[in-house]
Design a protein around this ligand. Sequence first.
Ligand code: PLP
Length: 360
Amino acid sequence: MERVYNFSAGPGALPEAVLAKAQKELLNYDNTGMSVMEMSHRSKDYMAIIESAEQLLRELMQVPDNYKVLFLQGGATSQFAMVPLNLMNRNNKADYVDTGVWSTKAIKEAGRYGKVNVVASSADKTFSYIPKLDQSKFDLGADYFHITTNNTIYGTRFNELPNTGKVPLVGDMSSDILSKYYDVTNFGLIYAGAQKNMGPAGVCVVIVKEELLGNAIDFTPAMMNYKNHADNGSMFNTPPTYGIYLCKLVYEWLKEQGGVEAIAKVNIDKANALYEYLDNSELFSGTAAKEDRSIMNVPFITKGHQLDDQFLKEAAAKGFVNLKGHRTTGGMRASIYNAMPLLTVQKLVDFMKQFEQANK
Ligand SMILES: *Cc1c(COP(=O)(O)O)cnc(C)c1O
């Protein structure tokens, strides 16, 4: 079977060139006579891989020197606990914006360790928009302020970052890291599971301002303490070595594409191709508020569940797979991460046009 057009929300499609390179190097990496999977994480060869991964990510995101870059495990979900454990350390409270399932989970977890102030929520309309933020509701004494920059399930994103003054901004960037330029200095901490836009599941990247480290809540397990990972160059224990190697290949690939600003242009073209069609279609429509639409995840519906199912079935038969919406929302969702070529999105739009013609 040929490779399909994979619109999976996560783990998402990886660039084919990356997979081919990994395949080529699988049995014998760079004349070492072994696979990266079989290497000591402390060997010279592996150290070169992880250092290069960090360097490339720093370069791609223009990460300043006073930020640490950590390659951790446990997915973004572990960060829902690690963030409060490490940062809720002065006044034991934090501000959160609730923009979807992932934010809600982060809020619930943080509530186990301190007081959470939900500044705004879009739960009233199934998270189909980004709520307007009223700065008078921000707690000046909060230890940090948490947002989900891109809401994977509902297809919304913050177009503008909240101005939190001296309160460090924390961003769950799992589904839009490296998709467009973010000024890292606006954040105290960024975290992202790799499996959407950066690599395979099993790696979670944390980018954190050094001054925020070293003050974790007493009972923080050693493995959950950022300082331990930072002091040991992400080698506090055995890191997810092969996953980090794949991330490095993805970073190299992204650099070859011209870096973040170049891929951001392609991403906008991809999203526009879909949104322009959705806005003009009589059959399909997008479900997210126009002004808050994501360029990574595009949820849409037809006029009924039955037709949705028929569309998904016919699309899959043509090789367009994983277009089913999240189990909590139904409908469809096209996840168009960095690895998704513009041409594939155009093919999907063409197919949707045909489907519309046939089902008028
Ligand atoms: C996928 C996702 C998560 C959960 O990631 P895991 O790696 O499964 O823990 C959290 N936040 C966002 C925004 C996501 O897209």
